[in-house]
Design a protein around this ligand. Structure first.
Ligand code: PLP
Ligand code: COI
Length: 368
């Protein structure tokens, strides 16, 4: 499969941010208490980035301001028509205290692709990377240093124009908030159980499946509740032809007994940056890597025959997590687990945390 390439913006002057400090920022003691056990997505740093866009004014009024509620007109288009996109990317603290992020150009470019699909303005990649730096410059102390901990950065953009006609909004806001993070799944890297969504799809042909937009996640919540009711951690979706797509918030990867690594390829799957990186690391080790359709039948038969020797999920939040069980309405398939998922996870996180050479130049320093 084609690995994602990079296309940084050239020739754009950086934005000039106005910074207003949070006078009610948490004390160092309060912050440290949160950082001991941050969980996932429950605590937020003291500041946020806020940049405006309008049809006439382009990107303007870049600010770093105290974290806090947004004031929205009740007619804001996002509240009615869901014109919204987001990203997920982490900042990692290295042993020398420095703070780095991972392939931000790729997240910036994916945000642009999502913007195109949702008829939102494309934020230049250089502004995207700058927005992460600006937030880390003021909230860097929130990047935890514990094992597998990071600061999860959540850039997002939405239609804030007050207008009930259905058309792309003329006023948009781009924001970045940040949340200290530990493991996404409570069990850490223990194998997770997956519920097969047989009644609900996440995406359709020509739909928004490849965009990181809230509506895809909204569509996944009922099947995700079904997963919880069936004591599963996550839900996996099929396309209209019965091919495996992805989980609610992660891509899926299959390892075959000859060492080939296969991940579903389809225009309605989110192009995961973790997946791309893992496949590159596997290719570097000499594994054959394929992006192609994988039917549910191929998955189930492959596991039953021993052709498939490992199945794992990957994404920024979950990193790499083995899949231990696939459960449907009338079956439970135990999944084989092996060494490869965990060793690729280790290699990836070693690079991210600066413990191993970054041969592909994936890290970008955010502080200093
Ligand atoms: N698929 C979905 C639906 C996701 O939400 C995510 C997480 O961002 C991924 C895949 C994995 O993408 P990435 O590795 O870029 O985080
Ligand atoms: C991420 O991995 O960044 C996501 O957006 C997925 C979500 C499950 C938190």
């Amino acid at each position: 499969m084609t690995l994602i390439d990079s296309d940084p913006d050239t020739g754009l002057a950086p934005l000039e941010f106005t910074v207003s400090r949070n006078l009610n920022a948490k004390s160092a003691a309060q912050r440290d208490e949160i950082l001991v056990n941050p969980g996932f997505g429950t605590s937020f740093t003291d500041h946020m980035v806020d940049i405006c866009w309008s049809v006439g004014g382009g990107w303007h009024r870049p600010r770093v301001q105290p974290y806090g509620p947004l004031s929205l007109d009740p007619a804001a288009a996002v509240l009615h028509y869901g014109q919204e996109i987001f990203e997920g990317i982490k900042a990692y603290r290295h042993a020398d205290g420095s703070i780095h992020t991972f392939r931000p150009d790729q997240n910036g470019r994916r945000l642009q692709r999502s913007a195109r699909r949702l008829a939102l303005p494309e934020l230049p990649v250089s502004y995207f990377v700058q927005s992460l730096r600006e937030l880390v410059a003021i909230d860097g102390a929130w990047v935890p240093s514990g094992e597998d901990q990071s600061l999860y950065l959540r850039p997002f953009m939405f239609a804030k124009e007050a207008f009930l006609g259905v058309r792309p909004a003329h006023k948009v806001g781009y924001y970045v908030i940040a949340s200290p993070a530990g493991a996404y799944f409570k069990g850490g890297v223990q194998p997770v159980s997956i519920w097969l969504s047989e009644d609900y799809a996440r995406a359709g042909k020509g739909g928004t499946g490849a965009a990181k937009t809230g509506g895809n996640y909204a569509a996944s919540l009922l099947p995700q509740s079904e997963a919880y009711e069936n004591e599963c951690d996550q839900v996996v979706f099929l396309d209209q032809d019965g091919n495996v797509e992805e989980l609610g918030g992660m891509n899926v990867v299959f390892v075959y007994k000859d060492g080939t690594i296969v991940t579903p390829a389809s225009p309605s799957i989110l192009e995961g940056i973790t997946r791309d990186s893992i496949l590159q690391l596997a290719a570097d080790r000499g594994h054959k890597v394929e992006g192609r359709a994988v039917s549910l039948g191929e998955w189930r038969d492959g596991v039953a025959s021993g052709d498939i020797v490992e199945v794992f999920a990957c994404g920024t939040a979950a990193v790499v997590t083995p899949i231990g069980v696939l459960k449907g309405k009338d079956f439970i398939d135990e999944q084989p687990t092996g060494e490869l998922a965990l060793s690729l996870r280790e290699e990836l996180t070693d690079i991210q945390y600066g413990r191993r050479e970054d041969k592909h130049g994936w890290l970008v320093r955010l502080d200093g």
